[in-house]
Design a binder for this molecule. Sequence first.
Ligand SMILES: [Zn+2]
Length: 203
Amino acid sequence: MSRDLEPKFDHLWKEYTGVFMEMDDLTLARWMAQTLGQFAGRVWRLSHPLLLTYELAARAAHDRQIWLKGMGIVPADYIPAECCRAPLFPVLSRDVAEVGLVCKHCGEACVHPEDLPVEMKSSLIQWAEKYEKVHAVAHWEEDGIKLPHDYDRQLESAAIKAEKYLLENGDKLALDLLGYYPAVAWEDQDECLAVRPEDLCVK
Ligand SMILES: [Zn+2]
């Protein structure tokens, strides 16, 4: 299981999902197919409300196995993902070197690192490696690294770098991935470095 990329509202999240749980399989499948049609041809921030809403539907569909049962509708341009047979809609996260691209539907890897597009593999891995160095600053203490006297300043400078790198992820790498997948979502925050989606502004 890869890292959970969605907000964890727990009981509240369950309550929100009710609207999709109440739909019958066909209505749910239609709603998802129509929304996937809207996702096609663009990159999406993970924090986009439409994506969060879609996540609720995806969970309901996954729980009810509508894709495995062949009840889902795969819109034009999409192909079924190997992980769960739902339409392939990958998420680019900071874990791309380690787990590959993550499935928007089941949260597992839908494109393993070895299957990343050949032309993009090295740029994606390089990005993840450079990001990992910056991200690691947030975990120095638990990793047993002695904190320098100016740790706060270093943490702040790591967060500023992370903002820049995450934007690069959305502006460049996710866009390039659109050449291979109908729609791509990208992680636009880093909870460990306290980088919020609103900190990333496309200038
Ligand atoms: Zn999946």
